[in-house]
Design a protein around this ligand. Structure first.
Ligand SMILES: *Cc1c(COP(=O)(O)O)cnc(C)c1O
Length: 232
């Protein structure tokens, strides 16, 4: 795996999609999804200038954070979040993209250490309404967002989606457009949101076309993943 070259390729895809779809240059940030990848892979990405890393498995992430302490990485939790993980996520991450209920948000807010800025939050929305049960229903998003926006330990930044994989550009765009429209509704109602976390290796052009501000890219940077570890 030539990680620096892969990063350059993904950045080039982003810049050309920004241009093609009338987005401001540099308005889409790259989150390098490093789950199951060894710490050497993250180090190579850091040395190539990548700062933001997305991790799904808590213990694995904590080990990597320790190994890479002081090297300027920014950590985004993008995995399934249960109550027993909120304390570590609140203490050790800069962002959490997978909040989908108030109970979890309250715990993250209470457990955010006083000496850190509020934890950046995206609400995960179940836009394709199928298989994956993670994510709040679109119709319930506004209420949850209003409640989260009031929690002092959190800073609500926007919405996140993990749509079912789709073949073809227009099929990919549909759920992403739904997330953008939902975000626009929330902004019109007065919430100050600036983030749409959507787009992965296979649909990042569709995501840029629909207004993504953070794409979460794993395999296009790091290659195929090792078998997911059985851990939390
Ligand atoms: C694994 C993962 C990604 C990255 O997927 P790729 O297809 O490897 O780019 C993005 N978002 C989430 C939430 C993930 O779990």
């Amino acid at each position: 795996m030539d990680i620096p070259q892969n990063l350059q390729r993904v950045q080039a895809r982003l810049r050309s999609a920004e241009q093609r779809y009338g987005r401001a240059p540099g308005s889409v940030q790259l989150l390098a999804v490093s789950k199951t990848q060894p710490v050497e892979a993250l180090r190579a990405a850091l040395e190539a200038g990548q700062r933001a890393f997305g991790e799904n498995y808590l213990q694995e992430a904590l080990d990597k954070q320790q190994a890479l302490a002081g090297q300027g990485a920014e950590w985004h939790f993008i995995g399934a979040l249960q109550s027993n993980k909120t304390r570590d996520v609140a203490a050790h991450f800069d962002w959490c993209h997978t909040v989908d209920r108030l109970k979890i948000a309250r715990r993250l807010s209470q457990q955010r250490p006083d000496d850190k800025p509020p934890l950046n939050i995206c609400i995960q929305v179940n836009v394709s309404g199928e298989a994956s049960k993670a994510g709040v229903a679109p119709a319930e998003t506004a209420e949850l967002a209003t409640q989260i926006a009031e929690l002092p330990g959190l800073r609500l930044r926007g919405l996140m989606a993990l749509p079912a994989p789709a073949e073809g550009f227009s099929a990919q765009r549909r759920p992403l457009a739904a997330l953008r429209e939902l975000q626009q509704t929330l902004v019109s109602s007065g919430l100050a949101l600036d983030t749409l976390s959507m787009g992965m290796s296979g649909d990042l052009e569709a995501a840029v076309a629909e207004g993504s501000t953070i794409v979460r890219v794993g395999t296009a940077i790091f290659g195929p993943r090792r078998a997911a570890q059985a851990q939390g």
